[in-house]
Design a protein around this ligand. Structure first.
Ligand code: GP9
Ligand code: MN
Length: 400
């Protein structure tokens, strides 16, 4: 069993991508503030409802950030917890169920632990019960110093909606917590308001609902708009508190908010007659922004996913990743392959989308011969299968 790790390490070494020399270490010693944005999908970016922007602040922030517009979530049933797992480990979550529940006792070499060794204080801020998704257990394994769960927040009827504390209040209270942390810190804040069933008080509805036969999709737009407003407030506050200049910011959508059951309503919003499996995969894109104060904005079209966040952050902090078992690659690496595989084994490159046994040409958005997808079959399979092997065999036990 312990020899299985050798196969994983060999594969890892073959797929390692050199960091971008201009950006390596650029954020060393700075705070890293990660915003996990609930159910945020890319299809709302730079779009409007009744002439009103859905994400005016994020649209503006994109103009001041590195933005990855071909970035995919790679989660399955573990939803937010899967995204956390991908980001912390550059390993895939489970095909079904949640690795947070089934493998919380494994050995990991997680990002919080790695940056901790570099002198970072590491924490998660999220106003839910600590045991939700078994976070309290898994976070111990990831090596977080602190989990500011619901007990760290003042939550009452006035400042709650849907799943709990409203994002604006969450960010406002989180500022006070941020200020108490030793610097530099690595802190992930997880939002909550833009969560199914997308409930929101009338006063917080800053744009109209959509008009379709899906109440879920209709309500999604005002809650996304509200989250955008809350994130804007967060940025105002970190600037006021003097946190901004000493920090870098990573923002991403955790997973889809609108499932394929709402395809009919979604086709209405997208102005398409019918949504194909190709469209469904394109809808799995989530926004990914890296905001470094003072850096020129840049849009990257590299096909990528949440698995790539860990090596990217490590390299920005000047930490070598060659000896780390990872299945992603630095988003800024000049060598990186434009490719990502989703948990359901669909994969995407610059040219093709493979899903449900079909190969689609991205240009025409139509089916093409399977042979156009074949060159990537092996990589897609090995990425997932070897990552699964690491988890099921608890293989990082054998690797220091
Ligand atoms: C719960 C929140 C939402 O704490 O992260 O979880 P989800 O249902 O999106 O996985
Ligand atoms: Mn979520």
């Amino acid at each position: 069993e312990s020899s299985d790790i050798d196969e994983v390490i060999r594969y890892r070494n073959e797929n390692y991508k050199e960091p971008n020399t201009e950006l390596f270490g650029i954020a060393e010693g700075k705070n890293v503030i990660v915003l996990s944005l609930e159910s945020l999908q890319s299809f709302v970016i730079n779009e409007t409802i009744d002439g009103e922007e859905i994400t005016p602040f994020l649209n503006q922030l994109i103009e001041e950030s590195y933005y990855f517009d071909q970035f995919y979530h790679q989660t399955a049933q573990g939803k937010t917890s899967d995204s956390e797992f991908l980001v912390a480990n550059s390993l895939f979550g489970r095909e079904s169920g949640s690795v947070f529940f089934t493998h919380a006792g494994n050995e990991y070499n997680s990002l919080p632990e790695i940056v901790n060794e570099e002198g970072y204080y590491t924490a998660v801020m999220h106003a839910n019960n600590k045991s939700f998704w078994n976070r309290d257990m898994m976070y111990l394994q990831f090596g977080y110093d602190k989990f500011y769960d619901i007990a760290s927040y003042i939550v009452n009827e006035e400042n709650s909606v849907g799943w709990g504390l409203k994002d604006l209040d969450f960010f406002e209270q989180s500022i006070d917590l941020l200020k108490t942390q030793p610097k530099p810190y690595y802190t992930k804040l997880i939002t909550l308001t833009n969560h199914f069933p997308f409930e929101l008080g009338e006063d917080d509805k800053l744009i109209n609902e959509f008009n379709s036969n899906s109440g879920t999709l209709n309500r999604y737009f005002p809650t996304v708009r509200y989250m955008d407003y809350a994130v804007e407030h967060f940025f105002e506050r970190v600037k006021e508190e003097g946190i901004y200049e000493d920090s870098i910011f990573i923002l991403y959508g955790d997973h889809y908010g609108i499932s394929e059951y709402h395809h009919k309503a979604m086709s209405l919003f997208l102005g398409k007659e019918k949504l194909t499996p190709f469209d469904h995969i394109q809808l799995q894109r989530v926004p990914m922004l890296i905001h470094i104060p003072g850096h020129e904005p840049k849009v990257s079209h590299t096909v990528s996913g949440q698995i790539d966040i860990k090596p990217t952050i490590m390299h920005l902090l000047g930490i070598d990743s060659i000896a780390d078992v990872q299945f992603g690659s630095d988003l800024f690496s000049e060598e990186r392959q434009s490719f990502t595989v989703l948990r359901d084994r669909s994969f995407i490159t610059d040219e093709v989308v493979y899903t449900k046994g079909l190969c689609y040409d991205k240009g025409s958005e139509l089916e093409t011969q399977l042979e156009n997808c074949e060159p990537y079959f092996e990589k897609a399979k090995l990425d997932l299968d070897l990552s699964d092997k690491v988890i099921y065999g608890d293989l990082l036990r054998f690797y220091q």
